[in-house]
Structure formats: C-alpha cells, structure tokens
Design a protein around this ligand. Structure first.
Ligand SMILES: *[C@@H]1O[C@H](CO)[C@@H](O)[C@H](O)[C@H]1NC(C)=O
Ligand SMILES: *[C@@H]1O[C@H](CO)[C@@H](O)[C@H](O)[C@H]1NC(C)=O
Length: 200
C-alpha cells in the first residue's frame, strides 16, 4: 500500500515508512488497517514539508452517551474503549519510531483516552455533574435521538461532559485543549503542544 505513494522524494524516506509499516504492533486487522491509513497520512504530510505534528488522540469512544445506551448498566462499552486504547499505544510506538528515524520531525501525542477517563472517574475535580448523559437529545441518557430544536435541553450545559450523542460540550473541549497545550506527560507526550509550538 505504502509503496504506491507517488510523492515520495527519496528512496531513504520511502524505506523508513515501509519498515515502520511492517513492524506495527497491530492487535487485529481493523487496528492494522487503521494504522496503515495513519502512516499514509503522516508520510503524505511529511512529503509536503510538515515537520511538527500535534495529535489529539482517540477519545474513549465507548463512553459516549449514544454507546452507553447499548450497555444495560449505562456503563461504557469496554470493547470499543479497548480498540481506542490499542490504537493509542500503536500510534505512540509509531511516533517514537518515526521521530527517531526522522530527527527533524517533532510531535506531541495527546492521550485523550486517559484524559477523558480521568474526568469520568473524577467529575467533581472538573466542576462537572454529569459525565454520562447528553445535554441535548431524547430517550435513554438523552442519547437515543439526535439533538434538535424540540429536544430536551439540560439546565446547565457547563456541568456536562457531552453535548449530544457523542460530541463534547464546549466546557469539555476547552478542558482537553488546555490540557494538551500545557499538561503533563500523563496526558500528552513526549512534549505538550506549548513546547511543540516553541521548539525550533
Ligand atoms: C457495561 O458497563 C459495566 C459498568 O457499569 C461494565 O462493567 C461492563 O463491562 C459494560 N459492558 C460492556 C458490554 O462493555
Ligand atoms: C426532534 O426530536 C424529537 C425528540 O425530542 C423527535 O420526536 C422529533 O422527531 C425530532 N425532529 C426531527 C425533525 O428530527
């Protein structure tokens, strides 16, 4: 797949990306094809001259209200979260490898999975009251029908993690943005977005 990219300028770079693709720590076919697509995106951007990459990461997608609806207890769908976590670790390995082989390339990788799980486990630390229900929608967890003008609307959206079926509120987005910008290695590695921006 990667050998088909027509824009590679040097055989050496092509070799780098090909060797990365062949050693990816995939857990299954789905994860493998997701990583192959990711390698393709990075190699394309790199060939256009990109050298700094800020990567937000994959959220715990099984914790969206619209996914929780499928769990009788209202808990997160662990199978989906396992995929998201596996993807994050594969991406982490990939980025270490790319940056060790292409020293001028710099990156920050957000662990938004860890970040959001931490918020879900400690909502009061973040002034949130509801991390399971959608603010706008209808049905169970307010997440069975998409938000529209006649939906149920929560009283204070600032107390919610989720705006609708699977989108974060503005409060949640701001929390993620601030943490990726200035947060510790637990949530963004190997440097945060602030350090990435300042790096010359
Ligand atoms: C449903 O949520 C519970 C926690 O409330 C969790 O232990 C369980 O694994 C979840 N079920 C699935 C299918 O993910
Ligand atoms: C809007 O949501 C309500 C439930 O709150 C639903 O009954 C209605 O069909 C929806 N309207 C449209 C246009 O989708």
């Amino acid at each position: 797949m990667l050998g088909l990219i027509p824009t590679f300028q040097g055989a050496q770079q092509e070799q780098t990306f090909l060797s990365m693709a062949s050693t990816l720590p995939t857990q299954d076919q789905l994860g493998g094809s997701a990583m192959a697509s990711t390698v393709l995106i990075f190699s394309t951007l790199y060939n256009f001259g990109a050298r700094k990459f800020g990567i937000i990461g994959v959220l715990p997608i099984g914790c969206c209200p619209a996914r929780r609806v499928y769990n009788a207890t209202g808990g997160c769908l662990e199978g989906m979260n396992n995929f998201a976590r596996a993807f994050h670790f594969a991406l982490d390995t990939l980025m270490r490898k790319i940056s060790s082989e292409l020293p001028e390339m710099k990156y920050s990788l957000g662990n938004t999975h860890e970040l959001i799980i931490n918020v879900i486990q400690n909502p009061s630390h973040f002034n949130l009251k509801d991390v399971e229900t959608a603010c706008c929608g209808a049905g169970r967890l307010n997440a069975e029908i998409p938000c529209n003008v006649t939906s149920n609307l929560c009283v204070n959206r600032k107390e919610y993690l989720f705006w609708d079926m699977c989108h974060p509120t503005q409060t949640a987005s701001q929390l993620v943005a601030v943490t990726l910008y200035d947060g510790p290695p637990r949530f963004v590695t190997p440097i945060n977005f602030h350090q990435l921006a300042d790096d010359n």
